[in-house]
Ligand binder design. Structure first.
Ligand code: CP
Length: 348
């Protein structure tokens, strides 16, 4: 760990959600998350009103998106508000994030000015910024999200950062609740999956934290080189201990899937090879069999198949599984809309 506070070490809030930042779902108590879920189910039933009437919300996308961008724009519109979509470096100024930077390079505006200005126009600032995937010590600072959290005077919503994707985790929780009811003691598997490129760890991090916070019997299946950040794994382990559960990791997808109730394949880059992706390619190439096919699903009996999307068909999972009756991928994607409405109306 560097000398800076880790994004894992934020305090857990206990009071009203109004005015809070939504950076990591694990910063909210179970009761607070339950209240968000209740609101999301009410929105899904068609209720909820227009709590954002007359309000504007900025959506800053430093990186591409389909679901997050579309669901947030639709959510804000359906709640009576206006979305202001901005792409730094493409139509708005590129931003500097280092404190005390001598800004004589290619970035004309500092986040402290951009966040302060936006705070005078809008009621929330939502930010997507992926890791640069060169140096984990640098990426783990999560400096884009941290810059907005520090300088914004209005709530900041994380639309996926280097560490976390809390909107996805909340939609995943809602989907699991719909499918299996209470999560306590339910066996769920987060499995590394094959992919042609190294991917960020925000989705697996957030899924593992959410599953452990809600008492799932979580197993992570992964090749030896693909451990998640040890501080995050330790937090998952401690969360599970509070339910009397033992966190399990295995290098066998087959073994992990035995009797699982939910299977969540997801690829991520190797911390052991972080930034050395040419070297990692040879390692990754050895694990092409890490694909969820019907044979794997059969081991899990009645398991549901989950994925945040986008998914590489016939690489991470086969067409048959993705389009089959056990697949919840469209339900998860739809629930992004309902859960984001719940977050927006609670924070604003
Ligand atoms: N799951 C998810 O966040 O999708 P997008 O990257 O398309 O927003």
């Amino acid at each position: 760990m560097s000398g800076r506070p880790s994004p894992l070490e934020e305090p857990v809030g206990e009071l009203s959600l109004k005015g809070r930042h939504f950076y990591n779902l694990a910063h909210f108590s179970k009761r607070e998350v339950e209240s968000l879920l209740e609101a999301a189910f009410e929105f899904k039933r068609g209720g909820g009103g227009l709590p954002l009437a007359g309000k504007s919300v900025a959506l800053l996308f430093f990186d591409p998106s389909l679901r997050t961008r579309a669901s947030m724009e639709v959510a804000i519109h359906q709640l009576g508000g206006q979305a202001v979509v901005l792409q730094p470096g493409q139509g708005i100024w590129d931003l500097e994030f280092e404190e005390g930077a001598v800004m004589d390079g290619s970035r004309p505006e500092h986040v402290k000015d951009a966040a302060a200005v936006l705070s005078r126009y809008v009621s929330a600032v939502c930010v997507r910024a992926f890791p640069k995937l060169q140096n984990w010590e640098e990426d783990k600072r999560d400096k884009v999200l941290k810059g907005f959290l520090q300088h914004s005077r209005v709530p900041v919503i994380n639309l996926e950062s280097c560490w976390f994707h809390p909107c996805q985790a909340l939609a995943d929780l809602m989907t699991l609740r719909e499918k299996v009811g209470s999560l306590e003691g339910k066996k769920v598997v987060l499995s590394w999956a094959c992919h042609p490129k190294p991917l960020p760890m925000a989705v697996p991090n957030s899924f593992a934290l959410m599953a452990s916070q809600f008492g799932c019997q979580l197993t992570i299946a992964r090749p030896p080189e693909y451990a998640l950040d040890p501080d995050l794994v330790e937090l998952v382990r401690r969360n599970m201990e509070q339910f009397g559960l033992k966190f399990r990791e295995t290098t066998s997808m087959e073994e992990a899937l035995e009797d699982a109730e939910a299977v969540y394949p997801k690829s991520w880059g190797s911390l052991a090879f972080y930034g050395r992706w040419e070297a990692e390619k040879a390692v990754r190439g050895r694990y092409r069999t890490w694909i969820v096919d019907q044979e794997q699903m059969n081991r899990a009996r009645a398991a549901c198949f989950m994925h945040c999307l986008p998914i590489r068909r016939n690489v991470e999972a086969t067409d048959g599984v993705i389009d089959g009756p056990q697949s919840l991928i469209l339900q998860q994607a739809e629930n992004r809309l309902h859960t984001e409405k719940a977050v927006l109306s609670a924070l604003l």
